[in-house]
Design a protein around this ligand. Structure first.
Ligand code: FAD
Length: 485
């Protein structure tokens, strides 16, 4: 980084692009495959080696440089590694780890950014090919990438209709246009238009219809990556500012002697250290295979908002020089601004955290489930899931809640059941007894898939696949139970 990157960053920012050569050099050093299997040219190293790499990317002081590489390694190619076929791995993953092929991940569309379930770009299967139509916007590495991991709609509306497909950058019918932007200048951010782009069916990543779940799963890593880089970027900003403050004098004293400024930096240093420890802890949880959705969302929110504040205070401390391009703060200030928008905005992070801490929502891993589900014999059916209700009951959550539920589940693996919650006890009876406070009606497979996290409850409710007579009562009820394992 010292030899190959830092001396060239200014030029790349002016050129508004990165040379191919630096991708290959990063590949040669092994930096593009730190956590990937050795069989494909990776290092198979511990996640904390990734953390160190990400910190060094951020220390380039260029959000654009950091974004280009982190999107390639931790977003575009991660899906191929997790769920792609052997053929896709040989064709895209192997050259991507060498830096010979650059990847992009295209989810956002002009009318759907935060609202991923509303994506409209379609992939229609005819024979051995998908035909892709639609558009994507704000895509990092969008114009110069060799391949794009593309989120498309292969099925109906909602979350269950999405899939991931790899599209070659030079495909006929694909038009790519660079976007002008406030910061991240050396990163290429593009708009993509797909006009009947023909892609072989082998380019589907994993299973059709699982795209949303793959994306949700990988957002944890994306957010953790953003957090690590926000912390390291904040440390760099403070470091260069303190150096400047030691050299700059006003009224006969160096400005780092003014208590008002000293206290400001004492506060920032404390907040950065706290955020760093929380981020490292979350990295550790992630490296241990924990889902850590809550922590990943929290550190993304905390550190990107903190980085924005740090950049503002640091720029102020540079006085007029902070506003000048020849000083590093101007770039750090504008580049930091993207952090609270990309990879899920701060508002979306708060939504996720609120659902988890207030509504007790929990998230499962789509990839883990795909692996576990290889053993179909162990997967419980709808009836077994309902019968497990008393063993999953959490009496500590049931104080003051008395309610009666009817489960009317159609199909061979369904049945009719009554669940009675009374005085912090839970009883299950066969048949539909007593007057219920809420009735849930569904087909056995749908109910099972929702309970196992394979199908989104929101889309099942919206499509009418699950009917609930009283949603508020249902939400209250759901919080009383542990998830199905
Ligand atoms: C430099 C840059 C690089 C990017 N790179 C990529 C990339 O490589 N791949 C990719 O797919 N995308 C990329 N994006 C897109 C980015 O992920 C989206 O911009 C982001 O998800 C927000 O979507 P949006 O812009 O459509 O805003 P919107 O979703 O329209 O949101 C607008 C505002 O409303 C708020 N909002 C939306 N919904 C809610 C809600 N439910 N509650 C409260 N507030 C809400 C948002 O927080 C935001 O403040 C990039 C964006 C930028 C700026």
């Amino acid at each position: 980084m010292q030899k190959e990157v830092l001396p060239n960053i200014e030029q790349w920012e002016e050129d508004k692009k990165l040379p191919r050569e630096i991708w290959r050099k990063m590949g040669e050093m092994g930096y593009l495959g730190i956590g990937f299997p050795e069989a494909y040219g990776g290092m198979n190293a511990d996640f904390f080696f990734d953390v160190i790499f990400l910190e060094e990317l951020a220390r380039s002081g260029s959000g654009g440089f950091s974004a280009a590489f982190s999107v390639h390694e931790y977003m575009a190619i991660a899906h191929i590694n997790e769920a792609g076929s052997e053929e896709l791995k040989q064709k895209y993953l192997v050259p991507a780890l060498k830096g010979d092929k650059i990847g992009a991940l295209a989810i956002s569309e002009p009318d759907a950014g935060s609202d991923v379930g509303n994506l409209r770009t379609t992939a229609t299967k005819k024979g051995d090919f998908y035909y892709i139509n639609g558009s994507k916007t704000f895509i990092t590495n969008g114009v110069y990438s060799d391949f794009i991991t593309l989120a498309v709609r292969t099925g109906g509306n909602g979350f269950g209709g999405l899939s991931l497909i790899i599209v070659d950058g030079n495909s006929e019918g694909l038009t790519r246009t660079p976007l002008k932007k406030l910061g991240w200048h050396c990163s290429d951010t593009g708009e993509l238009a797909f006009d009947n782009v023909k892609v072989p069916v082998e380019n589907l990543v994993g299973e059709e219809g699982k795209g949303f779940y793959y994306l949700m799963d990988s957002f944890r890593l994306e957010r953790l990556v953003a957090a690590v880089m926000s912390v390291a970027g904040s440390e760099l900003a403070v470091e260069v500012t303190l150096q400047y403050m030691a050299e700059r004098s006003t009224f006969g004293r160096s400005i780092n002697k003014y208590q008002v400024l000293r206290h400001r930096f004492a506060d920032l240093a404390t907040e950065i250290e706290a955020a760093k420890q929380f981020t490292y802890h979350t990295c550790w949880l992630y490296s241990q295979g924990e889902m850590a959705v809550k922590q990943c969302s929290m550190v993304k929110l905390l550190t990107s908002e903190l980085a924005k504040k740090v950049a503002d205070v640091c720029l102020q401390s540079f006085g007029g020089y902070g506003f000048m391009e020849e000083y590093p703060m101007a770039r750090m200030f504008r580049d930091t601004r993207a952090g609270t928008i990309v990879g899920g905005s701060s508002e979306i992070m708060r939504e996720i955290i609120a659902k988890m801490v207030i509504d007790d929502v929990q998230y499962n891993s789509a990839y883990q489930e795909a692996g576990e589900n290889n053993n179909q014999a162990e997967e419980p059916d709808a009836k077994a899931i309902i019968q497990s209700i008393p063993s999953r009951f959490r009496p500590e959550k049931a104080a003051g809640i008395n309610t009666i539920f009817h489960f009317d589940i159609a199909g061979d693996n369904g049945g009719q059941f009554t669940v009675i919650i009374k005085d912090e006890n839970c009883e299950l009876e066969e048949g539909l007894q007593h007057t219920p406070n809420c009735i849930l009606t569904a087909k056995d497979e749908i109910y099972r898939d929702v309970e196992l996290g394979k199908k989104s409850p929101e889309s099942a409710f919206m499509n009418g696949e699950i009917q609930v007579s009283d949603i508020a009562e249902m939400m209250k009820f759901t919080r009383l139970f542990k998830r199905v394992k």
